[in-house]
Write a protein of this length. Structure first.
Length: 571
């Protein structure tokens, strides 16, 4: 019997998302009509889901939700938009246009850099949605497939030093993004006033019901795992010879989300499938996506991602199917190693003699605060910058390709606007939080608004326990178990449960190749700091040489190592 039929029978009836995708006429639904409904600022229930495939989420500000309800007002519905920016590359001209839109037409006036190398506008009211898409279209940006059950924004290591290799890796990230993009004309028709793209309404790769769940892809240039490949379904690890890209090691089945109290869900690392030469890249990408399309669980969205499909059907079975569909047998994995993550904040010189300035943007939030007009600072740089900008997967921004004669001028602007602060510690640079309150509807505890002060406390604890200012722990906070801040690849991960209550996970490593494990459940930030104080003291007394905190807690038996997620994570 056909494998797909067997899976359908095993897994039960399809989820409602499958109905609405199938009935949507290739993602159109009745969005266009809904847009003209002035009675509500929101979208109806099917369109609420369908606008995600166009890169938008309906939201309302949770800080003011109760107050509005008391006043018998509907929530202040608005949308958050997430742009499609493979590899996070954006030109100064594009930047100035998005800066202006954020200032003129969003409720928060901010640009939010995300953990997937793009930006989000928060707080766009219904009358401004079309204007937003049309503004982006004039500068060559869209938001197709940055949300929904499709292949999302493709990440690419931000490696401005090895210019040629980065350029090649970036070109592949763009090609993969285009290849896996929905082909429907719905986006152009609805948002760009009928402007037709040269595509047909056939979805040879994604299928008319699209994928069972979101799908994430990276192109990674070792030894830098700045994109956190193990959070992704499909990864192309660049293999270079003499500084030139020759092929990829392919890793499949990573993902970090879980649900509190549901042990059938877990974060999982990606598995090595094998090496491919460059000319097989698009075929293999399509084969992995179509296998997941046909075999992924369409009944239970909590178990629908590729990581669960792999664990259900078996890694070898999945891999063989990919080989069959790509008409190619994977070669032996080529040697590669990841040694670090994180961005090298400050100036570095590329091999082409150009300079690159990585700006640390705390939690990716670019906003004009009275003492730190960060957003204006980037706009001022964009006015004179000759190269491009690169958004990193750590929510930072690289001013890339600066000729020597512009270096000082750019640095002066960055200082003046608080974009460079010499006092920023390594601990702060290596800490990250998801958006969470007030815009995220799924938030259970604070993250972005909580992290800055929490980091100050951790900095204090490091010094108190005898560490120097360079010492740091990869620390990540995520407001719920969906894991957008990638706490499930941190040395210390906080996962929100309720206001000021987090599960504390320990034991990830510096390179992002180990899943941490729960240490204490449902505790306050005060309790977490007390625990960290104790553990930092032990680490300081007992560490081997420069042993990292995540490695120490495993060697000392404070938490057990997670080797196979399905078996070890909840054990
Ligand atoms: Fe995420 C849902 C924000 C990266 C796993 N994520 C959401 C939503 C859209 C909430 C919602 O569904 O209504 C959040 C919007 C908050 C807001 O107000 O902006 C949200 N996710 C983010 C961002 C902005 C966090 C950030 O601080 O930068 C990141 C945007 C990335 C992008 O540009 O595309 C973001 N999300 C991630 C990551 C990290 C990554 O991909 O590297 C993960 C974990 C990796 C993974 O997918 O396993 C992640 N987000 C989720 C999930 C859980 C998916 C699952 O497998 O179950 C959800 C909820 C869902 O899809 O049902 C979610
Ligand atoms: Fe929202 Fe949870 Fe994602 Fe944080 S981890 S942005 S709280 S969905």
């Amino acid at each position: 019997m056909d494998k797909q039929v067997v899976l359908d029978q095993e897994l039960g009836s399809f989820s409602d998302n499958e109905r609405l995708k199938g009935e949507s006429n290739f993602l159109r639904g009745s969005i266009a009509k809904d847009l003209t409904n002035e009675i509500t600022g929101g979208f109806d229930s099917d369109n609420f889901q369908l606008i995600r495939f166009h890169g938008m989420y309906q939201q309302d500000d949770r800080d003011i939700r109760n107050e509005r309800a008391k006043q018998k007002l509907e929530p202040l519905h608005n949308v958050m938009l997430r742009a499609r920016m493979p590899g996070g590359v954006i030109t100064p001209k594009q930047w100035l246009a998005i800066d202006k839109f954020a200032t003129d037409h969003t409720l928060y006036g901010s640009i939010r850099l995300t953990t997937r190398q793009t930006f989000q506008f928060h707080g766009v009211l219904k009358p401004n949605i079309k204007l937003m898409h049309q503004t982006l279209n004039t500068i060559g940006i869209d938001s197709i497939a940055t949300a929904g059950d499709v292949n999302r924004n493709v990440l690419c290591t931000s490696n401005p030093v090895e210019t040629e290799l980065h350029q090649q890796a970036y070109e592949w990230a763009t090609k993969i993004s285009e290849h896996l993009l929905p082909k429907t004309r719905a986006y152009a028709e609805i948002w760009l006033d009928g402007e037709k793209l040269e595509t047909t309404d056939e979805e040879p790769i994604l299928g008319s019901n699209y994928l069972p769940r979101k799908f994430k892809t990276t192109v990674v240039v070792p030894p830098d795992n700045d994109v956190d490949l193990h959070a992704n379904d499909l990864n192309f690890v660049a293999i270079a010879q003499d500084g030139k890209l020759v092929g990829f090691n392919v890793l499949v089945g990573g993902g970090l989300a879980m649900t509190h109290g549901d042990t059938s869900t877990y974060p999982r690392k990606a598995d090595e499938f094998g090496y491919i030469p460059l000319d097989k890249t698009l075929d293999v990408a399509a084969a992995v996506v179509t296998t997941q399309r046909d075999w992924g669980n369409r009944s239970n969205r909590k178990n629908a991602k590729t990581k669960y499909t792999l664990d259900r059907v078996g890694i070898d079975v999945f891999k063989k199917e990919v080989e069959k569909r790509a008409n190619f047998t994977f070669e032996q994995i080529k040697p590669y190693e990841f040694t670090h993550r994180g961005d090298k904040v400050g100036w570095i010189e590329g091999i082409d003699g150009k300079h690159h300035l990585t700006l640390f943007i705390e939690n990716g939030r670019l906003l004009d605060a009275p003492t730190k007009p960060l957003k204006s600072g980037v706009a001022e740089i964009a006015k004179i910058h000759q190269g491009d900008f690169r958004m990193t997967a750590n929510q930072n921004l690289i001013v890339a390709g600066v000729p020597t004669q512009y270096k000082q001028q750019i640095e002066d602007i960055a200082y003046k606007h608080g974009l460079i602060d010499k006092k920023t510690s390594q601990q702060r640079i290596n800490s990250m939080a998801c958006v969470s309150f007030p815009t995220c509807p799924l938030a259970m505890a604070e993250a972005e608004r909580f992290l800055p002060e929490f980091v100050s406390e951790v900095e204090g604890l490091l010094l108190k326990n005898g560490f120097d200012e360079q010492e740091n722990i990869i620390l990540r906070v995520t407001g719920c178990p969906n894991g957008c801040g990638r706490a499930m690849l941190a040395e210390v991960g906080l996962v929100g449960k309720a206001p000021d209550k987090y599960n504390l996970y320990l034991g990830g490593n510096k390179a992002g190749t180990r899943i941490p494990k729960i240490y204490k459940e449902n505790i306050s930030s005060k309790d977490i700091l007390a625990i960290l104080d104790e553990l930092l003291a032990q680490w300081h007394s007992n560490r081997n040489d420069s042993e990292a905190f995540g490695d120490y807690v495993i060697r000392a038996g404070i938490v057990a190592e997670v080797l196979v997620s399905k078996r070890d994570f909840h054990a």
